[in-house]
Write a protein of this length. Structure first.
Length: 277
């Protein structure tokens, strides 16, 4: 379908009485490729940015960008906002417009510039219609504070994803790993170990030991023991995907699974081992 807004890659195409509210600039420790990937990734907003967004209902998405109905925090005290994000890749920028909700007509323009060392410079300009200059200046600091937090969270995600991508280089395949004496292992759970070049989390659920690849198969988010429920369901911190750590199977009907290739064995020598099946 594409954008609802006509002439969406132009500034203020509806010729609204617009006020400049603020500019936010910083350099992100991630490549331009990771940043564009993040911009198009609408799915992470209510999970990675859960303190700012409580829900997101997607209406449309494509190479052009995406449009969604979002709910802020706290959910019972905020109005829903329809946001349309449109990419102008030719000019290395994108715009987020508020179509409905708080501050309707607001345009947030973000320009991207690749830097040496897999860094990206960003420049964000906030424009708000139907308010006077003084009101716009009062809103500016609130907007830049919010965007500092959002970009901090996004930067960590992009860096963790790049690290995970870099680590996927071929490595020696591990067949068996001695985890040490079982009694000592049980007293130090949960713990994460390196097994054949991959991180594996070991924990106890329902009085049984389980081991699982500590990486979401969706976009390689780190999966950690603190995100596992008492029923053995782990939730991805970036996009909310859920898996059963006992079987590796999806528990949210999204069709993905954690690689189920690790067994835990306790030997007669009193040690516990990871064994690839």
């Amino acid at each position: 379908m594409g954008p609802i807004q006509k002439n969406a890659t132009l500034f203020n195409p509806d010729n609204l009485p617009m006020q400049f509210a603020a500019r936010y600039e910083r350099t992100i420790g991630a490549s331009l490729a990771r940043v564009w990937e993040n911009v198009l990734d609408w799915e992470h907003l209510p999970h990675l940015h859960e303190s700012s967004f409580s829900a997101l209902d997607l209406e449309d998405a494509g190479d052009w960008g995406w449009r969604a109905l979002t709910t802020g925090q706290p959910a019972n005290k905020t109005t829903q906002t329809r946001i349309e994000l449109v990419i102008d890749r030719k000019n290395s920028r994108y715009v987020s417009r508020t179509l409905e909700g708080g501050l309707p007509g607001m345009e947030i323009w973000t320009a991207l510039s690749p830097q040496e060392g897999n860094m990206t410079a960003i420049q964000v300009d906030f424009h708000i219609p139907h308010i006077d200059e003084q009101s716009a200046q009062k809103l500016g600091p609130h907007l830049t504070t919010l965007y500092t937090k959002l970009w901090d969270e996004d930067e960590r995600m992009m860096q963790e994803r790049q690290t995970a991508l870099d680590a996927r280089a071929p490595s020696a395949r591990a067949v068996k790993l001695d985890l040490g004496p079982t009694a000592e292992l049980m007293s130090s759970l949960p713990q994460t170990v390196n097994f054949g070049g991959r991180k594996v989390c070991i924990m106890e659920v329902g009085r049984a030991l389980h081991a699982f690849h500590a990486q979401c198969p969706h976009m390689l988010a780190p999966l950690e023991a603190q995100n596992v429920s008492s029923e053995g369901i782990i939730t991805c911190p970036w996009h909310g995907y859920q898996f059963n750590i006992r079987t590796g199977a999806s528990s949210d009907m999204k069709g993905l699974q954690i690689k189920p290739c690790i067994n835990i064995q306790t030997s007669t020598d009193g040690h516990t081992y990871l064994v690839e099946t």
